[in-house]
Design a protein. Structure first.
Length: 254
């Protein structure tokens, strides 16, 4: 058994300060059934506000052209606040359930949808896998809502049950099929990597939507297929042991 998996139990008892998810079986039922679920009130609102303010500034540094939809990858290298949420003990328990105990961390990125942004294209996170996709989950996705996610400000759009098709979208879903994943800041959206989804349009004049996307993969999946940035060595050396265990496969010296 991996050392870090044993540490999860201790970590959940003595170090984590966020609200815990209480009914994992209900969450598993939703993930197996519709392919996604939303858990309210996991992150304290004050923490969500601090992280949102921080990420807005990071995005301004990395995206000087101010495009209306931005995805800042490699976030583990730029911000330590996200480290503890990547290690949320019950999120890790769910990831282990679906991906196996030797699962790995895939990527951390923040996604900003500005007023006026158009909806993104509907897709599955197939990562280049051949169709039909594997019957077992190969990507466990989480989106921490750092601002409110509403129907009008660009909340993630989901196509329920589409993960069961085990393929990339082969049609354009009707609006009735696209369900906005709405929630208050501090909530977390969980979904199966095969689920068809898209970023929604932000039709408001002043509401900014930003979320923290944390993803996990099984040990057998080559990390390179996702095109995710590596973790810098100097950052890796400052990480807690558990986070190092999850990211040791993607460290670079430069």
């Amino acid at each position: 058994m991996k050392v870090w998996f044993v540490v999860i139990c201790v970590f959940s008892l003595i170090k984590f300060t966020g609200e815990l998810i209480v009914d994992l079986e209900e969450i598993k039922a939703d993930l197996d059934g519709t392919g996604y679920c939303i858990v309210e009130g996991v992150m304290p609102v004050e923490e969500a506000d601090r992280m949102a303010d921080c990420y807005f500034e990071l995005h301004k540094q990395h995206f000087p052209n101010q495009q209306s939809y931005q995805s800042l990858q490699g976030l583990l290298n730029y911000d330590q606040m996200c480290w503890s949420w990547a290690l949320h003990p019950q999120i890790l328990e769910l990831a282990c359930h679906y991906l196996g105990r030797n699962m790995r961390f895939a990527e951390a990125c923040s996604k900003w949808v500005m007023p006026g942004a158009k909806a993104g294209s509907v897709h599955a996170d197939g990562l280049g896998l051949s169709e039909p996709f594997p019957s077992n989950m190969w990507l466990f996705q989480t989106m921490w809502m750092l601002t409110d996610f509403t129907e009008n400000n660009g909340s993630t759009l989901m196509v329920p049950f589409s993960h069961r098709l085990r393929c990339n979208p082969n049609m354009i879903p009707t609006n009735e099929c696209l369900i906005p994943a709405v929630g208050r800041r501090g909530s977390v959206l969980l979904w199966h990597g095969a689920l068809w989804h898209a970023s929604g349009a932000n039709t408001t004049s002043s509401q900014h939507r930003i979320g923290l996307n944390l993803a996990y993969i099984p040990f057998w999946l080559n990390h390179a297929v996702g095109g995710w940035p590596p973790v810098f060595l100097e950052v890796f050396q400052r990480m807690p042991r558990l986070l190092q265990e999850l990211n040791q496969h993607r460290v670079t010296a430069s």
